[in-house]
Design a protein around this ligand. Sequence first.
Ligand code: UT7
Length: 330
Amino acid sequence: MESKVEAVGILGTGRCMPEKILTNNDLEKMVDTSDEWITKRTGISERRIIDEKTPSRELGIIAAQKALQNAGLSAEDLDLIIVTTATPDYLTPSTSCMIQNGINAKKAAAFDMNAACSGFIYGLTVAQQFIMNGTYKYILIVSCEQMSRVTDWKDRATCVLFGDGTGAAVLGPVEKGNGIIATNIGADGSVGRSITIPCCYSNDEDREKRVNDKINVINMDGSEVFKFAVKVMDSATRKVLDYAGVSIDDVALIIPHQANIRIIDGAAKRLDVSKDKIFVNVDRFGNISSASVPVALDEAVESGRIKKGDYVVLTGFGGGLTWASALIKW
Ligand code: UT7
C-alpha cells in the first residue's frame, strides 16, 4: 500500500475527570502526613478519585466523544482505537474494545497498550506509523487511569501522589510540515523494579515491599524514579528538538508528565527553559499516569495556551521504566 500521507497531527482532544476531590487535608485524616509535606515535596494540593461504582472506561467514553467532537469527526470514521492504561477495568476484554462498543465505532480495530505514565506519547508514536504508512486514516487514543484502585491507602509514601482521570485525542492526516514532527520513546527494563504493581504473578520480594496484605497495589522507590525522570525528560526532549532542528527558544509550550512539581522544575532547569513555558496542573490532579499528558494537553488547548503554528513538546516518564517525548507543530 502506497502512502500519500505527508504528516500526522492531533485533530481534537478531550478529557473527563471524576467529580470527587480528595484534598491533602482529607489525607491527613487517613495517614500520617500533612498538607505542608505533600505541597512542599510534590506540589499536589488535591486529586480526583473515581466513584466506587464507575469503571474508568465510562469516563474514557466521554473523553473520546469530546475529542471526536472537537475533531469534527464521528465514531464511524475511526479505523483504530488505542487505549493506554496501566489500570484497565479488565485484563480481557480490553478497555479499547469496551470503548469501541461504548462509542459505537463499528469499523475500528482496538487494542490496549501499557507504557505506564509514558503511554499517551507511546500511543501517539504507534498511531503516527499506522497513518503515515496508509493503513489507517483516523485513530483515537484514550488514556484511562484509575490509580486509586491500585493504591494502598495506608501507605503514605504512595497514596498522596496519585489520582484518577481520562484524556483522549483523535489523530489523522494534516498538511505537510505540521503535526507530529518527531518522537523519541525508550525503555530501561533493568530499573523496572523501582515501580511495581503485581497482577497475575507476585513473589516474596513483592510481598515484603508492601505495607499490608494487599498485593495488587503500587510500590515505588520514589527517589530512584525522581532522578531517572529529570534526566530522561531532558534527554528525550533534546533528541526530538535536535532531530527537527528546532531550538528550545522556539517552543511555545512544554507539557510534561505531571508527577511532582520538583521533577518538572528540575527538568525545566536542565532544559534551560522559563517556567511560564511549562504547563502545570499537578496541583489539581496529582499523578494520573498515562492520562496526565492528554488531560494537560486538552486543558492547554481549551484555555488558548496553544495556538495554530505553535511548537509544543510533550514529555513523560514512568513505570517500565519508560520515557517518551514528542515535538508537535500545532
Ligand atoms: O509517574 C511516575 C511515578 N512516580 C513518580 O513520579 C515519583 C517520583 N518521586 C517523587 O516524586 C518523590 O521521590 C516522592 C514525592 C515520592 C518522595 O519525595 P522525597 O523528597 O524523595 O522524599 P523521601 O522519599 O526521601 O522521604 C523523605 C521523608 C522520609 O522520612 P525520613 O526517613 O526522612 O524520616 C519519608 O518517610 O519523608 C517521609 N515521607 C512522608 N512524610 C509525610 C514519605 N512520604 C510522606 C508523606 N507524608 N506522605
